[in-house]
Design a protein around this ligand. Structure first.
Ligand code: AMP
Ligand code: MN
Ligand code: MN
Ligand code: MN
Length: 276
């Protein structure tokens, strides 16, 4: 099964609208797709409609921003009821801090001579409720300050750099709880991308499992093959379901296109066995 269970549209920080994401997935041979916009469910109806027209299995998804041990981590929810009031209200609360955060990022950038970054980022955000660091990065590339998005992050937007601001997202337990209340499966997204190792990483999985989390992205567009092997072992050791995910945002920004990830190691139980 060519399953791709994590990607983004213009409802968060993807470049393609939800319909175009689905069309591209079909063109790439994807057989099961989950759209997982950051802290947003607003693209799911449009994506599901086109997927039904084109005969693609579509899974309602979301990627929730979580604060854990001083890091931001991402928890994907798959197969959620996107009208469930607990999930809808929880995500509304998570999004509510983004506008104020974007203004703080802009003020921080102003201090190093980058002016009007909020307005610039806002122009790249099709959803005014969801201004992300990716939109700041795109604005700074477009205005010729930096050659590409990756370089903007490295120089300005990650912890320790001048445009980084602290922000409190959802708790791990809340995010997993909202997903479960909405009938979904909680997945640790791209676990190799966090600045967590050793005991902190074990604690993340301990608390995730205790809260009712069930799966981990073993294959991710954001993982190397070594990282894939490491988290395949985590899935085996903890009996977690395994997910496969491009985390596609757009052609120019994403290393892996929709449906083009490596296959899962064959001894793991794919999370999509629960989504068929
Ligand atoms: P935010 O939720 O506003 O903190 O933005 C996070 C988003 O920024 C991620 O979902 C990625 O799309 C993007 N991102 C984060 N770190 C990087 C990076 N090092 N290089 C490129 N994009 C990144
Ligand atoms: Mn993103
Ligand atoms: Mn993510
Ligand atoms: Mn993502």
């Amino acid at each position: 099964m060519n399953a791709d269970l994590h990607c983004h549209s213009t409802i968060s920080d993807g470049w393609l609208d939800p319909e175009a994401v689905v069309r591209r997935a079909v063109a790439n041979g994807v057989e099961m797709l989950a759209l997982t916009d950051h802290d947003e469910l607003g693209g799911l109806d449009a994506a599901a409609r086109v997927a039904a027209e084109l005969g693609l299995r579509f899974v309602n998804g979301v990627e929730i921003s979580v604060s854990f041990a001083g890091e931001t981590i991402h928890i994907v929810g798959l197969g959620v009821d996107h009208h469930h009031p607990v999930l809808v209200q929880g995500l509304r609360q998570v999004r509510s801090g983004r506008d104020e955060r974007a203004h703080r990022i802009s003020a921080a950038l102003e201090k190093v001579g980058i002016r009007d970054a909020f307005e610039g980022a806002r122009r790249f955000a099709r959803n005014p409720d969801l201004v992300s660091r990716a939109h700041f990065a795109r604005h700074m590339v477009a205005s010729g300050l930096m050659p590409d998005v990756r370089t903007v992050f490295d120089h300005y937007l990650v912890r320790g750099k001048p445009g980084f601001v602290e922000h409190e997202w959802a708790s791990l337990e809340d995010a997993v709880g909202w997903i479960r209340d909405a009938g979904g499966i909680a997945v640790v997204a791209h676990p190799a991308r966090y600045r967590l190792s050793g005991a902190d990483l074990e604690l993340l999985f301990d608390r995730f499992v205790a809260a009712g989390g069930e799966a981990v992205e073993v294959v991710s567009g954001a993982h190397t093959e070594d990282e894939m092997r490491k988290f395949a072992n985590v899935a085996r050791r903890r009996g977690l379901l395994a997910s496969r995910a491009s985390d596609f945002h757009g052609e120019e920004e994403s290393p892996v296109d929709l449906g083009r990830c490596n296959p899962l190691p064959s001894d793991l139980t794919p999370v999509w066995s629960r989504l068929l």
